[in-house]
Design a protein around this ligand. Structure first.
Ligand code: GLY
Ligand code: MN
Ligand code: MN
Length: 440
């Protein structure tokens, strides 16, 4: 299995600690277990920031980073080994495993954190944490601080600055290393295979969930624990619902089906959309819309390179989509004026993409100092233009209504431009029709 190597977690912790102010401490909690219903839990997914710094896959754990501390800069609180719990729920690293396998300098049982952590915080000037994103953890931090305050008469020094960790950490996460790109390529490769399989299986009379099952099969067979987000399998008019999740309608002859789905490998997402005809052959109207979306995506790729700014790709899609809609008579007027008045938003109401990484909508600022961010090598993003003609749009001829098309690929900015990670699924009309014809 392709995964992030242990040395990279060490490098990340060092890089973060190098940016922290002197005499400070960073504290990050693992994701909590979420109850699905009664005795059933949701599949556990580690918190992305926690995972990024540790690779430690268990709940009930806390990372503590103390740059410059002589007795070890990286302390991990985690669950202890427990023969009975491990018999029921699976193995735990325990404090020994945290040191041996996960590079902690020191590890303590999570049950001892209230006794130990105030002592580690005491005397440090600043505390870095993800303030505001986890109310329960914020409360714990304040309790630990109050323990120190209560000992002020004994000379204990509580920290006097609290700093949001997100800015430093999320900027690091925005730039993908070679190892991260390798993992993202693997997630993309498996997701491409899933889309190909769903295309080949597409038949009128099946349900949307039948195609979802084809996706899930490839995801799991490829080693993905789960999809990176709820798969969207939207046939016919459902393709005009941007975050459709019901996935239970029948696939009808003559309709399109839009699938937006990608798996997650070692906590890195892929995010692919393809749209194809259920019966394997585009109608003239479907093809006309499809060709515009495809051309807009190609125009966007040309705007992704170092020194181009974040919005240039979006602007390229708006230009091509607006001109295309005018050409088909779906919008009337001057292209520049229709762009200025955002008339295209009746058909294209989302942006051309987002950062991609451990979170499908990944962290990282889109603007810096009020200006669109300039792209740099290693940034990963999606390119996903679409046209959605509402089934209820009375301003267009009936033949266009209910057509929804999105095409989405994942790219990484390179020195020359960008690398498309998700090129392994057919995308042109001819390629899609050929693949589907061969599967019939
Ligand atoms: N799958 C969600 C998105 O494309 O942003
Ligand atoms: Mn996306
Ligand atoms: Mn998507």
């Amino acid at each position: 299995m392709i995964h992030i190597p242990k040395a990279e977690y060490t490098r990340r912790r060092k890089a973060l600690m190098a940016q922290m102010e002197p005499n400070s401490i960073a504290i990050l909690p693992a994701a909590a277990v979420a109850i699905r219903n009664r005795d059933v839990e949701h599949v556990y997914r580690q918190d992305s920031d926690f995972q990024y710094l540790s690779g430690f896959p268990e709940p009930e754990a806390v990372i503590v980073l103390m740059p410059g501390r002589q007795h070890g800069e990286y302390v991990l609180f985690c669950r202890e080994r427990n023969a009975e719990r491990e018999l029921w729920d699976g193995l735990r690293a325990g404090t020994e495993g945290a040191i041996r396998d996960f590079g902690a300098d020191d590890a303590f049982p999570i049950t001892d954190i209230d006794d130990i952590l105030p002592g580690l915080i005491e005397g440090r000037d600043r505390v870095y944490s993800a303030m505001g994103s986890n109310a329960e953890f914020d409360r714990h931090v304040m309790e630990w601080i109050n323990v120190i305050r209560s000992k002020a008469h004994l000379g204990a020094q509580p920290p006097n600055e609290f700093v949001a960790l997100d800015h430093l950490l999320h900027d690091m996460r925005l730039y993908k290393s070679a190892a991260e790109v390798r993992v993202m390529r693997e997630a993309a490769r498996i997701s491409c295979a899933a889309h190909v399989r769903a295309m080949q299986a597409s038949r009128a009379g099946l349900h949307e969930f039948s195609l979802e099952a084809e996706l899930d099969y490839e995801f799991r067979k490829g080693g993905a624990k789960m999809p990176a987000y709820g798969s969207i399998v939207a046939a016919g008019r459902n393709s005009c619902i941007l975050h459709y999740q019901q996935n239970d309608a029948v696939l009808k002859d003559g309709d399109l089906v839009l699938i937006d789905a990608g798996c997650e490998i070692d906590c890195y997402a892929s995010d692919i959309t393809r749209t194809w005809p259920v019966n394997g052959k585009f109608s003239p109207e479907q093809k006309a819309i499809y060709e515009i979306v495809l051309a807009s995506q190609e125009a966007a790729f040309k705007q992704i390179a170092p020194n181009k700014h974040w919005n240039q790709a979006h602007e390229a899609t708006v230009q091509v989509i607006t001109a295309g809609l005018v050409k088909l008579g779906l919008l009337q007027g001057d292209v520049d004026e229709l762009i200025a008045s955002e008339a295209y938003r009746a058909f294209y109401m989302h942006r051309a993409g987002h950062w991609l990484g451990m979170d499908v909508h990944d962290v990282g600022e889109y603007k810096v100092g009020g200006e669109w961010r300039v792209l740099e090598v290693g940034m990963a993003l999606t390119v996903e233009p679409g046209i959605y003609i509402s089934p209820d749009n009375q301003t267009v001829a009936k033949k266009w209504r209910g057509i929804g098309v999105r095409i989405e690929d994942d790219v990484v900015v390179t020195k020359q431009g960008c690398e498309i990670l998700t090129g392994g699924v057919p995308k042109t009309v001819a390629e899609i029709e050929a693949l589907m014809a061969a599967a019939r």
